[in-house]
Every structure is written in structure tokens, then in C-alpha cells.
Design a protein around this ligand. Structure first.
Ligand SMILES: Nc1nc2c(ncn2[C@@H]2O[C@H](COP(=O)(O)OP(=O)(O)O)[C@@H](O)[C@H]2O)c(=O)[nH]1
Ligand SMILES: [Mg+2]
Length: 439
């Protein structure tokens, strides 16, 4: 383990924004409290926070992100590693088995999933293989009518496997969804029944239906079901209530599976395909997780664009950099991030205006023109078109092209010549704005 001071020094040397260890630790303490309050299994919280701490300290922070955002990014990525970024339900012919304990929302979810596939234009069969309660079969029959799915069962049959075999032999639908019996607790009877159904059905997807509010027991439950019939995903129900869904996180971690759908109400349309930004936001109590991740993605993309520097400079890549720079905020803050705090105000305003002009011009160029500026240089018609399109004069356009030419040469030199690079860096530190080469 490196000493803190040494690590800070190293971070500075390698150009990384420095990450404060104590601050990260205290942020992670907060995170632990939140996750435990959201019903995530304590052991899981501890192992998660350990890997989050390690990564948050090790990975370089993007200068434009606050420390909290940096940690949030790591947290988000770790959670996504467990639960998946989003779920893409398959849209071909396939067979689905739903399992779960009594009252978890299996039958309702069967109808919701059926509804989902109907809206995708697929035909759907719902099979009632809950042999314990005749009422459950009627419930599914009613729901089938509502969603326009074909309904299969054998009334009075006590062998779930037989119902499934019969449905399979008759059904021609694209998607076959089997609703199985639940128990109030997991037992060997249920295992036997599920294995029987699974053997007959040979499901492509096995979803465990879990109520979002079951809390700490979710992990154990998922493990048990996963042993009986290997799960391919979890459907979390009742997320329209106060549940935070931490149980689902424990469940997918324990069974090594992913979240597929989220139930958001009692009606057949009340279901969403799982999406990490919404789910993680709720789990962590961050109301605008989508907004936050959007920002993080943009700023991180900007960093990737910097890596583009080694790539060829075209108007296209220049434009990407321009857009990325804009997302970082006004030029003044970009300069101060570069360590140039004393750029005269007029100069900033002028540069800001120039950049706007450049953007308008590039917007008026075709993709080809952006890739090959030489198409423009010798072509007055094109130049006049761009001037008209961007509200600039033809001279502005020609100036920009000449400027771009210079920049291109400069970049080439920059890449080839390490000594030149050093000089440039020195110049920038001396307060000469980085945009100097552009204006
Ligand atoms: N609010 C809400 N209620 C749900 C949801 N999913 C199921 N339910 C209700 O939970 C109860 C049990 O559902 P059911 O599908 O019969 O569970 P099963 O025993 O697993 O088949 C019913 O009253 C459903 O209306 C949901 O996403 N939100
Ligand atoms: Mg049921």
C-alpha cells in the first residue's frame, strides 16, 4: 500500500486529478447506510463497498467531475456489473417459465409479460400450471382474455407436467409463458414440481418473480430456486410501492443472474423492461440518476475525445472536441481547468464567439466535407453554401479553413515532436490560452 502523500504525488505526476482517500471513505460510509436501508444484504453491502472503495481510489478522476460524482460513477458501474445495464427481451419464438413463492406476483407477471410481447406483435400462449389452486387458473384465464393471449390448462389435472405437455403439443404461439404454483416457503415438493415442469417445457428463459419488498431473504430464496431450475433472470414486482428493491440486488448477486422486468402496478400494462439508471437511482435514493449518469457519460466521453488527439485531425474530430469542450462549461472554466486562470475577459468572449461561428459553419458542412476539407478550398460554390447556411461571410469560412489548415500542421508537429510538445505545455502554463493556435 502506497503512502497517501506518495500516491497524491504520483497522481499529480501522471496527470490524474487527485482523489482524496478520507473523503472517498466517508462517501462510502454513506452509501453503506443507504444500501442497508434499501434492504440489500449486509454481507453484499460490505463486499460491494470494498470493491467500490478500491476502484474509486485507484481509477483516475475526471477533472470535470466532483468527487461525489466520481464515486457515484464507480458505484453505478459496480451495481451494473451485478444487475446488468439494461435487459433486452428476446423477440423470437421462445418459452418462458415463471417461478416464485406464493403472492410474489407470478400470475400477474405472466399476464404482464404476455402483454409486453403482444405489443411487440408476437402471439402469446399463457399456460396455467398452478395445480394447487383452481382459483389461480381462473385468474390467469381472465387475464389471458384481457391481454389477448391464448389460454391453456387442464381443469382438475393435478400433474403440472401433464398440463405443460398438452399445451406444448397444441400451442402454435410465438411465446409460451408458463405460470407455476407457488408455496409459502421453498420446499422439496416445489423443487420436484418445478423440475418436472422444466423437463417437459425446456424453457429458454426461467424468471424468478420476487416482490420488491421482501428484503433480506431474497438472496437465499433466489439461491434455492436457482438450484431447482437455473434462473435466467428476475422479475421484481410491486416496485410501485415504497420498496427500494434492495432484495432484488441481493437475489441477482446470489444467483448470478440479471434483472429482467420490473412490475409497477396491478394492471397488465404496469411493467417495464429493466433499466439500470432508473433502478439504481431508486436503490440509492438519487432522484435524477439518469441526469447524473448523462453528465458523467458526456464528461467521460470528452476524456475519450482527448485520447483522440493521437488520431488524425479532421473537421469531424475537431467538431467532436468542440462539442466536448462546450459540455465542460464556458471557456473560462475550461481554461482554469487547464491551469490558465489569467486569460483576459475580452479574449475569452472573442474566442467564445469564434467557437460559435465555427460550430455553425461545421453544421452546414456535409459529412464528406468534414472528412476532406480539401473539397472546400477550391470550390467557391461550396464555400458560399456554407456561408449562407451558417450566417457567416465567405471570408469567415475561408479564414476558418486557413485556420484549420494551420491547426492541422500544428497537430502533426505536436504529435511528431516531443520537444515542441514540451514548449507548448510550458506556454499554456504561462497563461497563453490553449485556443491560441485556433484564433
Ligand atoms: N401494486 C402491485 N401489486 C402487484 C404487483 N404484482 C402483483 N401484485 C398484486 O400482488 C398480489 C399477488 O399477485 P399474484 O400474481 O396473484 O401472485 P402469485 O401468487 O405469485 O401468482 C395480487 O393482489 C396482485 O394484484 C405490482 O407490480 N404492483
Ligand atoms: Mg398465482
Amino acid at each position: 500500500m502506497l503512502g497517501k502523500k506518495l500516491r497524491e504525488a504520483l497522481a499529480k505526476l501522471t496527470g490524474r486529478a487527485y482523489v482524496d482517500e478520507d473523503a472517498v471513505k466517508s462517501l462510502i460510509k454513506d452509501l453503506q447506510r443507504v444500501l442497508i436501508a434499501s434492504d440489500v444484504n449486509v454481507k453484499l453491502v460490505l463486499s460491494l463497498s470494498k470493491s467500490i472503495e478500491e476502484r474509486a481510489l485507484k481509477s483516475g478522476k475526471v477533472a470535470a467531475l466532483s468527487l461525489k460524482e466520481h464515486v457515484m460513477k464507480v458505484v453505478y458501474e459496480e451495481l451494473v456489473r451485478l444487475m446488468g445495464e439494461s435487459y433486452s427481451p428476446r423477440l423470437d419464438r421462445h418459452k418462458i417459465l415463471l417461478c416464485g413463492l406464493f403472492g410474489s406476483g407470478k400470475t400477474t407477471s405472466a399476464a404482464k409479460v404476455a402483454h409486453y410481447y403482444k405489443t411487440k406483435g408476437l402471439s402469446v400462449a399463457l399456460v396455467a400450471a398452478d395445480v394447487d389452486r383452481p382459483a389461480a387458473q381462473e385468474q390467469l384465464e381472465q387475464l389471458s382474455k384481457q391481454v389477448g393471449a391464448r389460454f391453456y390448462t387442464v381443469k382438475g389435472e393435478k400433474d403440472a407436467e401433464k398440463i405443460v405437455r398438452k399445451a406444448l403439443s397444441e400451442s402454435k404461439e410465438d411465446v409460451i409463458i408458463v405460470d407455476s404454483a407457488g408455496r409459502s416457503a421453498f420446499d422439496s415438493e416445489l423443487t420436484k414440481e418445478l423440475k418436472g415442469i422444466s423437463g417437459a417445457l425446456k424453457p429458454d428463459e426461467v424468471y424468478l418473480v420476487l416482490s420488491g419488498d421482501i428484503g433480506q431473504v431474497a438472496g437465499k430464496q433466489a439461491e434455492e430456486f436457482n438450484k431447482a431450475v437455473p434462473l435466467s433472470g428476475v422479475i421484481v414486482t410491486k416496485m410501485d410501492g415504497s420498496a427500494k428493491g434492495g432484495g432484488a440486488l441481493s437475489a441477482v448477486a446470489a444467483a448470478g443472474t440479471k434483472i429482467a422486468f420490473i412490475g409497477m402496478g396491478e394492471k397488465t400494462g404496469d411493467m417495464q423492461v429493466y433499466n439500470a439508471e432508473k433502478f439504481v437511482g431508486r436503490l440509492l435514493g438519487v432522484p435524477d440518476m439518469e441526469g447524473l449518469m448523462e453528465k458523467i457519460k458526456e464528461v467521460t466521453k470528452e476524456q475519450d475525445v482527448k485520447a483522440l488527439e493521437s488520431e488524425e485531425l479532421t473537421i469531424e474530430t475537431f467538431y467532436e472536441q468542440l462539442k466536448a469542450a462546450k459540455k465542460m462549461g464556458p471557456l473560462s472554466s475550461v481554461f482554469s481547468m487547464l491551469g490558465a486562470n489569467d486569460v483576459p475577459k475580452e479574449m475569452l468572449q472573442q474566442s467564445e464567439q469564434k467557437l460559435k461561428q465555427y460550430e455553425a459553419m461545421i453544421n452546414s458542412m456535409t459529412k464528406q466535407e468534414r472528412k476532406m476539407p480539401s473539397l472546400l478550398k477550391s470550390n467557391p460554390a461550396r464555400i458560399s453554401r456554407i456561408a449562407n447556411g451558417s450566417g457567416c461571410s465567405e471570408k469567415d469560412v475561408r479564414d476558418f479553413l486557413a485556420q484549420f489548415d494551420k491547426m492541422e500542421k500544428l497537430m502533426g508537429k505536436f504529435k511528431r515532436d516531443r520537444g515542441f510538445r514540451k514548449k507548448m505545455e510550458k506556454m499554456m502554463k504561462g497563461g497563453i490560452p490553449g485556443m491560441g493556435g485556433m484564433t
